[in-house]
Design a protein around this ligand. Structure first.
Ligand SMILES: Cc1ncc(COP(=O)(O)O)c(C=O)c1O
Length: 297
């Protein structure tokens, strides 16, 4: 987003906008605030996790909640940007993709330029898949890595247009009515489809789908390991697990997986809430009983 907002500034944009499932808008709202530029974010009403919405509101963005899904918000923001001359900063903006390549370069740098065999990541609007794949391609062309990692893009099974297209060899594009608990990837008609398709084809990659149950099970695993993530990110681990089970990822292969979103972005979904609000008496007996209920020492 820092590359995108820099270009907006250079081009003399009067205002910036995006449609978002919550994270892009939080990021754009932050950078626009730093630049003092009016920012308008389009969100699907009631489908954005509170932690993300809080960021856009706190950073002072004009927050327009659409009665519809992300795809409705995307369609409307494109139209309004064209008609009102507002600078659009979704990942269909090429400067966003150029900036997002940094994720791929940093990943390779952290692995000391020893490219992994696989890169696994969640896939919604397909900006990350496009950008990171492009970074890998360029790193290879520059001779920074010896091979291009295979890219595995993981979709929620209720929001799987890219997976469906992959399954018939990308013979035609698919659109779905998206439905999943992983709101960040709840997208039925991804804007970066063509670029992401190129990445999957060129890297000999795969597209996999995982159910909401598989996402939640993977999230529990990630949370209990002390790292934590938001639901969409857990698709990475759920997908990697499935690809290993199916023998597509081999046991001796090196796999890098990306956790795209912090746990606090969505503090509700998939997190045990049963202790919430349950106060106990301020006595040592009550405390010991509460502990005994949870763990045996
Ligand atoms: C946390 C998180 N994970 C994954 C994605 C999916 O990335 P993309 O839309 O680039 O496919 C997003 C997109 O907003 C996201 O916020």
């Amino acid at each position: 987003m820092t590359v995108g907002i820099t270009m907006a500034n250079l081009l003399g944009a009067r205002a910036v906008a995006c449609a978002s499932t919550g994270n892009t808008s939080a990021s754009l709202a932050s950078y626009a605030a730093q630049l003092g530029l009016p920012c308008i974010v389009f969100l699907p009403a009631a489908h954005v996790a509170r932690g993300k919405l809080a960021q856009s509101l706190a950073y002072g963005a004009t927050t327009i909640q659409i009665e519809g899904d992300f795809d409705d918000a995307m369609r409307l923001v494109e139209q309004v940007c064209n008609e009102l001359g507002i600078y659009l900063l979704n990942s269909l903006n090429p400067f966003r993709i150029e900036g997002q390549k940094a994720i791929g370069f940093e990943l390779l740098q952290q692995l000391d330029w020893q490219a992994p065999d696989w890169l696994v990541l969640p896939a919604g609007n397909l900006g990350n898949t496009s950008a990171i794949g492009k970074a890998f391609r360029q790193a290879y062309q520059l001779g920074l890595i010896a091979h291009v990692p295979r890219v595995a893009a993981i979709q929620a099974s209720g929001a799987n247009p890219f997976y469906r297209a992959f399954m018939h060899g990308f013979s035609h594009r698919e659109r779905v009515q998206a439905q999943t608990i992983a709101t960040a990837i709840k997208i039925g008609d991804p804007v970066s489809y063509t670029r992401a398709r190129k990445v999957i084809e060129e890297s000999n990659g795969v597209v996999e789908e995982v159910s909401d149950e598989e996402i939640l099970a993977a999230k529990t695993l990630i949370d209990r390991s002390g790292i934590g993530c938001e639901p969409a990110s857990a698709a990475t681990v759920a997908g990697a697990r499935k690809l290993v089970e199916r023998g597509i990822i081999k046991h001796d292969e090196r796999v890098a997986g990306i956790l795209t979103g912090n746990l606090l972005k969505d503090s509700q979904t998939g997190i045990p809430q049963h202790q919430h609000g349950k106060a106990i008496a301020a006595s040592i007996e009550a405390v010991k009983k509460a502990i005994a209920n949870e763990i045996s020492l």
